[in-house]
Design a protein around this ligand. Structure first.
Ligand SMILES: NC(=O)c1ccc[n+]([C@@H]2O[C@H](COP(=O)([O-])OP(=O)(O)OC[C@H]3O[C@@H](n4cnc5c(N)ncnc54)[C@H](OP(=O)(O)O)[C@@H]3O)[C@@H](O)[C@H]2O)c1
Length: 325
């Protein structure tokens, strides 16, 4: 069983998941977060600019900070951008992962690698970890190749997931986008034939926390316990936030002019993870409930306050423990 108050390194702390994880873990562990082009400063955690392609700098920081846990969230995660820039996508999604794995080889460090439901082709749905992977696009392929690098280390947890939460950057997760459209009274077109098992980032954080404590290792699907279409998802958001359902129109994903192929049914079977942790993952309704509660508590505003702050670079070195914890 892993204890509290360990040193945790989070890559991609300026991204959706990395940032939400930093919020979740900041009162539990001593955290250092890496950003690249979007500086963030979060009360109670150390953040530092670091390009993950710069292997010697990562090595130096890991040697100095001495984390016992690394959550690797950084990635090029925009499916269209990845397809248009396969070389840089390979470098960031695969080579940066390889760099981290090589640096931590034979050290007592738990690596959590955030993979994607996009490693599956979305034909049959309800995917288990034993099903063949068959990514349809460059993003999915590089996430899978990243997994193969991570599997070279024993002490690692690979989570194939899909999530929604609160962004610190201008881009929006699906849940945030739907909420903003509904608030503005704009019509939403929801895919009635694209299924997923999306989980709220703070629910995902709880699962990651328990997985680390239980010293889990290997490949796991990690989403909501059930699945729904993106159309149904938008209805659930509208219901929970008390917006009119009439703004939501069902369409087929085939009728949307995506340039890059995407899987239609990316629903995940999460039984392996539930059994391994003896933990029930939340349903999509439960995830949306938590998303709603955090919204009501003003969490999105608190998160946004931290972005792009003017800050002194590397003012935290060397990495002593904060005095007041
Ligand atoms: N969003 C989803 O629903 C979803 C679904 C399945 C899996 N995932 C996976 O979950 C993880 C997190 O996704 P997300 O949506 O939170 O991503 P995101 O919001 O797009 O954030 C990506 C992060 O990666 C960082 N980054 C990119 N290039 C970098 C580099 N060269 N060096 C250092 N950092 C770099 C970015 O830093 P800067 O912005 O500061 O440059 C940012 O913090 C990713 O691995 C993604 O593949 C996401």
């Amino acid at each position: 069983m892993k204890k509290n108050n360990e040193r945790m390194l989070i890559t991609g702390v300026s991204g959706l998941l990395g940032n939400n994880l930093a919020y979740y873990f900041k009162n539990k562990h001593e955290i250092l977060g890496f950003y690249c082009s979007h500086p963030v400063s979060i009360a109670g955690i150390k953040t530092e600019k670091l390009d993950l392609l710069d292997k010697s700098s990562i090595k130096k920081v890991i040697q100095e900070f001495k984390p016992s846990i690394i959550i690797h969230c950084a990635s090029l995660a925009n499916v269209d951008q990845c397809e248009n820039a396969p070389e840089i996508t390979y470098k960031i999604n695969v080579l940066s992962t390889k760099n981290i794995v090589e640096i931590i080889a034979n050290k007592d460090i738990t690596l959590v690698y955030i993979s994607s439901d996009s490693v599956y082709d979305g034909v049959l749905g309800n995917f288990s970890e034993t099903d063949n992977v068959n990514p349809l696009n460059c993003y999915g392929r590089t996430k899978y190749e990243g997994e193969l690098e991570v599997l070279k280390e024993e002490n690692c947890i690979i989570l194939r997931t899909n999530f929604f939460g609160w962004n610190i950057q201008d881009k929006k997760s699906l849940g945030e986008w739907m909420l903003d459209e509904l608030k503005a009274g704009r019509q939403i077109k929801g895919f009635k034939d694209a299924y997923f098992s999306s989980i709220y980032t703070f629910e995902l954080a709880k699962v990651i926390d328990i997985a680390i404590q239980n010293q889990l290792s290997g490949v796991y699907n990690c989403g909501s316990a059930d699945s729904c279409s993106k159309y149904e998802f938008s209805l659930k958001i509208a219901d929970r936030f008390s917006f009119e359902r009439t703004l939501i129109v069902p369409i087929s994903i085939d009728d949307f002019p995506f340039k890059v192929k995407r899987g239609k049914n990316l629903s995940l079977n999460v039984s392996k993870l539930q059994k391994s942790l003896d933990y029930m993952l939340p349903t999509i309704d439960q995830s949306i409930d938590e998303f709603y509660k955090d919204y009501r508590c003003g969490l999105p505003k608190k998160i946004m306050q931290n972005r792009f702050e003017t800050r002194k670079e590397s003012s935290f070195l060397p990495y002593g423990r904060p005095k007041h914890r």
